[in-house]
Design a binder for this molecule. Structure first.
Ligand code: DGJ
Length: 721
């Protein structure tokens, strides 16, 4: 039984594979956190109850109680998990336990993306019903534990069961109060073209947080944090990961209190948010995926990877090998016609590429980024035979066709904007600031939402399109909706995300055979919310091989390699001007979802031959590369080298990827210890006769080939014999 209720102690043990999460109901009816970590033979709940004795002396101090979902306004002075406002203006609440229900399986969350199970036996769920007597507010806490993953999901639902309005001012999805503050906080932060760099910091008394106020999960911060104990690292020790399945404004926060205890919370960003809950209405907060590992970051990452690959991603492509693609963006930008596209496609076919993706600029009058978003009809000056004509020609070459769209946006210079100037996100009387010359459609409006569904459906029906790149290239400013009443203006950003999810659910449901790839100016919305609808995301607009090492390493902290689009591009690189050899660019892109983004006709014979050979190799190894386990070995944030392996799940076969940025003079051969393989197996290094013991590779290591130049890399293939 993964969820056990002890009636005597009124305690709950939630067991997810080898992980235990325990809490209990104290004498006041508060839900108190007791333990989160490695599964225990026995947990003495009474020792935790000593805390409550101290808390409930002659004066009550809730500050002493580690809580599961803390309220605001009483004697807990830490950040609350939620805050409400009643009609009398008061903002105090007091949540007490009322009842609970335990059942097999995991319910879907209405209107929001979430992890799921395929069989009831894969998970158990507990719903805890908490109640605020005065506010007539029922709060349901959902916890699900997976049988096969060291993962627990949490979400929260508020229901107004009284007759008065309740305004929700803050509604986080999860809160955990750890005893002690022996932790470091890891976050994935960056900017456009350098997304998800890894930052690790000490935590100190007070609040340390990351957030997005941009209307998207953002390039700047990913909705993820991990706590690592002081003694943990890549391969050892306790790590706790928190990842919000949400694509909008979020807050992830670590608060160290004056007793040196640590409160972690995560959810929708309360900044500029509120939600009016009328009598009888409910509000559902997004799901948080909490992962525990006692084998360092590697263990945590591998739990997220497999869970997201198999129980977050959906649809036909979840388990299908993804095609090697070529995208015309960096090859042509807006400057193309059918002839040019076919030229690129013809060359692509010769190298073994399977899918041709037509990027921005094929519609309306779009010859630069300053017009036509919203006018989703083909530009016949560029494509005289229409999309359908292009698809036929591409298909005749033996390739499939993919199409770029940016359906959430509207250009001020567009027919759509001229017809519906109030359809963008805006506040009357305020400037409508453009970014990349565009505004955002107000998807919080149902009419706009339905318009997008109908237009994109019509477009995707108009030709045999096999793949869609769904882009989104600006953040939200002047946030407000012409359709919402004043008291609901602060709901706009969340309503936008809810309706975006509705659109994506409709479109991906109507076109189950299309492979969807998410994108937001590169990796500006690389989050599990998007991955629920689209099983891969363009990781970054930065295609430079060296920059990509950091981006892909950082992304791999949470997200599996199959979900990261990674392309080989031209040199000098368009983002940083760097010149790297084709081998380096290939071996970086081949560690993820492989593609190209350059004009192949401009390459040398040597480069073309390398590309052809690499695509052949990739296809042979594709199953392992896309679906295998990813283990990080040498950290690009720490030096000149990067290494990782991708191994089959049974560890009988693996690829070692090694990259060295700058060469050094007169160096001794380097030795690299390989982790994540089976120490009891014997591995043949393919294309040689050398057999290594898995133990030898792990504990002694492999002597690396001599490096002779800057920007060198190699991929070694090992097979158990
Ligand atoms: C941003 C994307 O990240 C690029 O790959 C490209 O699709 C451009 N948008 C097109 O405008």
């Amino acid at each position: 039984m993964p969820i056990i209720f002890d009636e005597i102690n009124r305690s709950f043990d939630l067991i997810a594979k080898d992980t235990q999460y325990s809490f209990y109901i104290d004498q006041m009816g508060y839900l108190c956190h007791a333990y989160f970590g490695k599964k225990l033979a026995k947990l003495n709940i009474d020792t935790f109850m000593q805390l409550t004795k101290r808390a409930y002396g002659s004066n009550i101090s809730l500050d002493l109680i580690p809580q599961e979902y803390p309220s605001y306004g009483s004697t807990d002075f830490r950040s609350p998990a939620f805050q409400i406002q009643l009609e009398d203006g008061s903002t105090i609440s007091d949540l007490r336990y009322r009842a609970h229900k335990i059942y097999a399986g995991k319910p879907a969350i209405d209107g929001l993306p979430s992890t799921y199970v395929e069989k009831m036996s894969e998970a158990q769920t507990i719903e805890i019903y908490m109640y605020d007597e005065l506010a007539k507010l029922e709060v349901t806490l959902f916890y699900t534990v997976f049988e096969d993953f060291n993962a627990i999901t949490r979400s929260v639902k508020f229901k107004n069961i009284g007759n008065m309005d309740i305004r929700i001012l803050r509604v986080l999805s999860a809160n955990i109060d750890f005893l002690g503050d022996n932790f470091l906080m890891l976050q994935l932060s960056g900017a456009w073209a350098r997304e998800r760099h890894v930052f690790l910091r000490d935590i100190v008394p007070g609040i340390q947080s990351i957030e997005s106020r941009r209307g998207a999960s953002s390039h700047q911060q990913n909705p993820f944090i991990a706590l690592m104990t002081d003694e943990s690292d890549e391969w050892h020790g306790d790590v706790y990961g928190f990842n919000l399945i949400y694509s909008g404004n979020f807050l992830a926060q670590v608060e160290v209190d004056f007793y040196h205890n640590t409160r972690v919370s995560i959810g929708i960003n309360p900044f500029d948010f509120s939600w009016l809950l009328r009598s009888g209405e409910s509000f559902q907060a997004p799901e948080t995926v909490i992962v525990y590992s006692d084998t360092g970051l590697d263990g945590m990452s591998n739990t997220y990877h497999k869970l997201y690959r198999t129980r977050l991603a959906r649809g036909r492509y979840r388990d299908a090998e993804r095609p090697v693609l070529i995208n015309n963006w960096e090859a042509t930008y807006f400057n193309f016609d059918e002839k040019k596209l076919l030229e690129i496609a013809r060359e692509a076919k010769e190298t073994g590429i399977e899918l041709f993706v037509l990027d921005d600029g094929w519609f309306g009058k779009r010859n630069s980024d300053n017009s036509s978003l919203g006018d989703w009809y083909v530009n016949t000056e560029k494509l005289p035979n229409g999309l359908d004509g292009l698809v036929k020609k591409i298909n005749e070459l033996g390739l499939k066709l993919g199409l770029w769209i940016e359906p959430e946006m509207i250009s001020p210079d567009s027919e759509l904007y001229r017809a519906h100037p109030d359809w963008c996100i805006h506040v009357p009387g305020r400037a409508r600031h453009t970014m990349r010359n565009q505004l955002i459609l107000d998807l919080s409006r149902d009419d706009v939402c339905n318009y997008v569904i109908n237009t994109i459906t019509k477009l995707l029906k108009s030709a045999d399109i096999s793949y869609v790149k769904w882009d989104m290239n600006r953040n939200m400013t002047e946030t407000g909706s012409a359709k919402l009443p004043p008291e609901r203006q602060r709901e706009t950003a969340h309503r936008y995300i809810l309706n975006l999810y509705k659109i994506m659910e409709e479109i991906t449901g109507r076109f189950p055979d299309i492979l969807f790839e998410g994108c937001a100016g590169g990796g500006g919305r690389f989050d599990p919310g998007m991955l629920y609808y689209m099983p891969q995301i363009w990781a970054s607009d930065d295609t430079d091989a060296v920059e990509r090492l950091k981006i892909q390493w950082g992304t791999s902290i949470v997200y599996p390699q199959i979900m990261m689009g990674s392309h080989v591009s031209a040199i000098p690189n368009h983002q940083v001007g760097r010149i790297t050899p084709i081998e380096m660019r290939l071996s970086v892109a081949m560690a993820a979802n492989f593609g190209f983004e350059l004009d192949l006709s401009k390459l040398s014979g040597h480069d073309k031959a390398s590309i052809k050979a690499s695509i052949e190799n990739y296809k042979e190894m594709r199953k392992i590369i896309q679906f295998g386990e990813f283990h990080r070995l040498l950290d690009p944030f720490k030096g000149n080298e990067t290494a990782w392996i991708i191994s089959s799940e049974d560890k009988r076969e693996f690829l070692l990827y090694y990259y060295r940025i700058l060469n050094g003079p007169n160096e001794f051969p380097r030795i690299l210890k390989i982790k994540g393989i089976d120490t009891s197996l014997q591995y043949l290094l393919t294309d040689t006769d050398t057999v290594y013991g898995g133990d030898e590779l792990t504990f002694r290591g492999i002597i690396l080939p001599q490096i002779e130049k800057d920007f060198q890399s190699f991929i070694m293939h090992f097979k158990a014999i």
